[in-house]
Design a protein. Structure first.
Length: 281
């Protein structure tokens, strides 16, 4: 069942990212403001669920996990939205498939989830896929990624999310998936309120439907992610979720009319096969 939740999370996060990129363009708003808006709308959809969700006892361990979770999640969020704003979504979106590679070793270090040598083929496929994705029409190995600032930002995000995902599983284990999903949205809303208020601007009326859709899709992402990670190895769950890279390429072509979609689709597909091999081996 966790695989279904991970697939839902993959589609919804790619959709939320595409709508966020479109909203930033149409309404002329920056990444700090769009992050804040995303959590405002997501919280609006999620908080009413507290009527049916019991509030659990929160141990000291729950709050200790915040020392890792808050900084990695918040910095990763900023870098990912900045990358989406300045770079093609069909290029930077699939880079998140690097997260399972990082998560294997982070999970080993923090949770004792020892990776197997049988995952080496999956790791090699992720590297090969990123080579195709990053080279593109430049014909220079990784030339497209080396010269695209957003690609570097998204690579850093993939690493940070490998840390926050491990911390997130610890938090879900302590609080339960639904309650922590709600808690997550509200906590991130509070974290980004100062920078969100400081960066208020643009014309939101030009992107009201995109913003509403972004928030709804992200609320689905949060709930499905928490339900999946509760019942799966962190690296395995994140590997399936990185199918979002394929959806990012598709949205890049449909919404933004981006170029080089063929090579990006091939590169993203290879990376995702690698992520899948990591998940099942």
């Amino acid at each position: 069942m966790w695989v279904i939740y991970a697939l839902i999370s993959a589609f919804s996060v790619a959709t939320s990212d595409a709508l966020a990129k479109l909203a930033m363009k149409k309404a002329n708003i920056n990444e700090f403001f769009i992050i804040w808006l995303r959590y405002i709308f997501a919280s609006a959809f999620l908080v009413p669920l507290l009527i049916k969700v019991p509030i659990p006892h929160l141990s000291a361990r729950f709050f200790m996990w915040h020392l890792l979770w808050i900084p990695t999640e918040s910095v990763g969020l900023y870098l990912s939205l900045k990358a989406l704003k300045i770079s093609p979504i069909s290029l930077v979106g699939p880079i998140m498939a690097l997260t399972p590679f990082f998560a294997l070793f982070v999970g080993w270090f923090l949770l004792g989830e020892v990776p197997s040598w049988r995952k080496v083929p999956g790791i090699l496929l992720i590297i090969f896929g990123s080579f195709i994705l990053g080279t593109g029409s430049t014909k220079v190995p990784f030339g497209r990624m080396l010269h695209e600032k957003g690609a570097w930002m998204m690579t850093a995000t993939a690493f940070l999310y490998s840390l926050s995902s491990v911390a997130g599983k610890g938090l879900v284990n302590e609080a339960g998936p639904i309650f922590f999903g709600i808690y997550y949205a509200v906590a991130m809303l509070i974290v980004f309120t100062p920078t969100g208020i400081a960066n208020i601007g643009g014309d939101l009326s030009k992107a009201k439907w995109e913003l509403l859709g972004m928030g709804f899709a992200f609320s689905i992402t949060i709930l499905s992610h928490m339900m999946a990670v509760k019942n799966a190895n962190v690296a395995y769950m994140i590997a399936i979720k990185r199918l979002s890279g394929i959806f990012s390429v598709i949205w890049g072509g449909i919404i933004f009319k981006e170029q080089e979609l063929g090579s990006r689709f091939v590169g993203a597909s290879i990376m995702i096969v690698g992520a899948f091999l990591i998940a099942v081996s």
